[in-house]
Design a protein around this ligand. Structure first.
Ligand SMILES: [Fe+2]
Length: 429
């Protein structure tokens, strides 16, 4: 079945096309992939950051001897935040374009997780290991791909308990279904999955490519006496931009430039904060008028708006609601077209779903010099370049014509829930 055919009609999540299935069961089936560590020295960079925090260490395997136990969580969180620094993103984006795209046989454009997950698995905390799980069960979509990258060498057999364990995709599908059908508890799953999983053997210069269906995890405490430091992140192809489950692009995933030249051009742009100060008042806009915002309570949207403005040091003193059930968003139209003010709203996915209507509104905002802040994505519409970026994200995720149910599996229970809703809608019509 072609992509066009699949896009044209709503499809079930398990109705993925043959190309995606081929990719998941070949290049992304728990494959170990090598990369030049001297060109992409992620492990050295992480070590440097930890040393920069004031800890003395030369080898990440002995981190537990230098960083006090009660400071490890703080260090982990700081490292995750650091992965959003421009110098790290530059190295990572190059790595994605040079290694992940060709070796994973992906097609551009691709989007990469905004913050990497950096993990520190100590040999001194037997309670803090990660049980077996899959990405799908955590709300990730079927087309999202994962990369696991250890910064210490865990290739030796004796490193089994500090490495990660994984089960090949076909066996994983079978076992996940069994666990759901037989309603297994955590201990039963741990025992069953451990019988079928194997140790990922990798180190600096190699990593593991896998999918959201692979059962993986530590599954047991680290008893090696050494620490494991690793990083993992997800990557998404634009062609399957509507099969990313609850992790839609722009908030969770950042589209990366297709070339190093484009990256260079973007890095030379003026700091964003300069563009915010146009002297106009900032007005909050909250609404439930699109599929993505229908069930997001306005008080939670307001929390996000408050938090964003405080972090940016911006002020506001006014709020407008949109009119429920008017999907053309007349309040938003009014704000952009008739007020001389900036708009602060929850998300680009709160814009009208109808493309011509939406583009007209965005173009008028640019022309009138009314800034729109999109809080969830940390995007701002200030000029024609920004307009292009926002359009790219919306088209990446196929906004307004996504395949349902967005790459998540639908169990009998969830289906019954939707059917109940559908039946009550039918009664009301
Ligand atoms: Fe995981």
């Amino acid at each position: 079945m072609s992509i066009e055919e699949l896009t044209a009609r709503p499809a079930q999540a398990n109705d993925i096309n043959a190309a995606l299935e081929h990719s998941l069961t070949n290049e992304w089936d728990a494959k170990i992939v090598t990369y030049p560590n001297d060109k992409y020295p992620f492990n050295e960079w992480i070590l440097g950051r930890i040393r920069g925090m004031g800890y003395k260490l030369d080898d990440l395997s002995y981190l537990h001897e230098s960083v006090p136990l009660d400071e490890v969580y703080k260090v982990t969180k700081q490292l995750c935040a650091d992965t959003n620094l421009p110098e790290f993103r530059r190295m990572l984006n190059n790595f994605v374009r040079d290694v992940v795209v060709p070796k994973g046989k992906l097609r551009l454009p691709v989007a990469v997780q905004r913050f990497m997950n950096v993990r520190i698995m100590l040999p001194t905390t037997p309670e803090l290991f990660f049980p077996y799980h899959t990405g799908l069960l955590y709300g990730h979509g079927i087309a999202s791909r994962s990369i696991w990258m250890p910064f210490v060498d865990v290739t030796a057999d004796e490193d089994l308990t500090r490495s990660m364990q994984i089960i090949p995709i076909k066996k994983s599908r079978e076992l996940a279904k069994q666990a759901i059908d037989e309603r297994l508890n955590m201990a039963q799953m741990t025992k069953l999955f451990a019988q079928h999983s194997h140790q990922i053997k990798a180190g600096p210069g190699s990593c593991c490519f896998f999918s959201q269906e692979h059962i993986h995890g530590s599954g047991r405490p680290n008893t090696t006496g050494k620490t494991r430091v690793s990083m993992d992140f997800r990557i998404a192809e634009g062609i399957y931009g509507d099969l990313l489950g609850r992790k839609i692009p722009a908030g969770y995933f950042h589209i990366i430039p297709n070339t190093e030249e484009e990256e260079e051009r973007l890095s030379k742009r003026a700091p964003r904060s300069e563009a915010y100060n146009n002297g106009k008042p900032n007005i909050f806009y909250v609404a439930n008028n699109t599929a993505a915002t229908y069930s997001v309570p306005v008080h939670l949207q307001r929390y996000m708006l408050n938090d964003y403005m405080t972090k940016k040091g911006l002020t506001w003193n006014y709020e407008l609601f949109d009119l429920e059930d008017m999907l053309h968003c007349p309040t938003l139209m009014h704000l952009i077209e008739e007020r001389n003010a900036n708009t602060v709203m929850y998300s680009i996915f709160a814009l009208p779903e109808e493309e011509a209507e939406r583009n007209r509104l965005l173009e008028i905002a640019v022309k009138r010099g009314n800034i729109i802040h999109f809080v969830n994505e940390d995007l701002q519409l200030t000029n024609a370049d920004d307009l292009e970026t926002i359009k790219n994200y919306l088209s990446f995720s196929k906004y307004g014509h996504s395949r349902l149910p967005i790459g998540l599996p639908i169990s009998g229970q969830t289906k019954a829930y939707f059917d109940k809703w559908g039946a009550s809608l039918a009664q009301n019509s």
